[in-house]
Design a binder for this molecule. Structure first.
Ligand SMILES: [Mg+2]
Length: 282
């Protein structure tokens, strides 16, 4: 665990290399959102969350918990888990292959340490996070629960039920986060189904709302620290993270095109040339 910005950025660079290599290796998967959420997940797992990778405990009593609701960005999740020590990074090379524990969408029945829910059916992770947060209250456990959602995912109706429920029940040990990149698989969210004034909507549903630059490590750490300070005050907390899909690889940025497309050999080489190998490739 560290607050050293330089070190966290080095981890992010390696995670981004892992992402493009994993998706290239099986010619399948979702690099765009994974690259955009890399800085957040690195900040969370390497600086912010109180967690114990070994031995992995599914209940996580006394630990902060994280639930990836937009499960299709599994490459970034698996890489961050591996570099955090949940399992050997060599296993990243099995991503999306037959009999791998690293399925395209995370599942629990393979027993991969660090994965506590199956996800990828969008819209469900906030409800899971609320349940886990309420369980922590019942158990007298003062650790926190974090969730991550895509902005396109917020078009799912279950999200809005869960938002109402969390505020009504004062689930104030929960920090939800949104990958607010303005893109989804079929195009800009503004064209597919506009989210409108997202900040005002979360606030109207009774949440304490923060916004941050999601690809700036210093801003992420400051906002996550602020979010933690606002827990325990009777309201659930949400952070809208302004991110860029594909961040870190120039030709993957600026559109939804790389939401779920694998790079070919030449594109992989072009991507890796932009990402320093800092911790050793798997
Ligand atoms: Mg999006």
């Amino acid at each position: 665990m560290t607050n050293d910005i330089t070190e966290l950025k080095r981890v992010s660079s390696q995670v981004r290399r892992d992402i493009v290599r994993m998706v290239h290796g099986c010619q399948s998967g979702h690099p765009g959102g994974s690259l955009g959420c890399t800085d957040f997940l690195v900040a969370l797992y390497f600086s912010v969350m109180k967690h114990q990778p070994v031995p992995f405990d599914m209940d996580g009593k006394g630990q902060d918990l994280f639930f990836l609701s937009n499960g299709h960005i599994s490459p970034v999740f698996y890489s961050v888990l591996a570099h955090s020590g949940y399992f050997d990074k060599a296993e990243l090379g099995t991503f999306r292959k037959l009999n791998s524990r690293l399925q395209g969408h995370p599942t629990t029945h393979e027993g991969l340490p660090g994965v506590r829910i199956a996800s990828g059916s969008l819209g469900q992770g906030l409800s899971v996070g609320i349940g886990a947060a309420l369980a922590k209250k019942l158990n007298g456990d003062d650790a926190l629960v974090y969730t991550l959602h895509g902005d396109g995912e917020l078009q799912e109706g279950q999200i809005w039920e869960a938002m109402m429920f969390a505020a009504h029940n004062k689930v104030d040990n929960l920090i939800a986060t949104v990958d607010y990149n303005g893109q989804q698989i079929d195009g800009p969210t503004s064209k597919v189904l506009s989210l409108g004034d997202l900040h005002a909507k979360w606030a109207a549903f009774g949440w304490d709302v923060l916004e941050t630059q999601g690809n700036v490590m210093e801003a992420l750490l400051a906002t996550l620290t602020e979010a933690k300070s606002r827990t325990g005050q009777g309201k659930p907390v949400v952070i809208l993270m302004h991110t860029e899909m594909g961040y870190g690889v120039d030709f993957m940025m600026g559109s939804h095109k790389w939401h779920g497309v694998a790079p070919n050999d030449a594109q992989l080489a072009q991507a890796l040339a932009q990402l320093e190998e800092t911790l050793g490739d798997y």
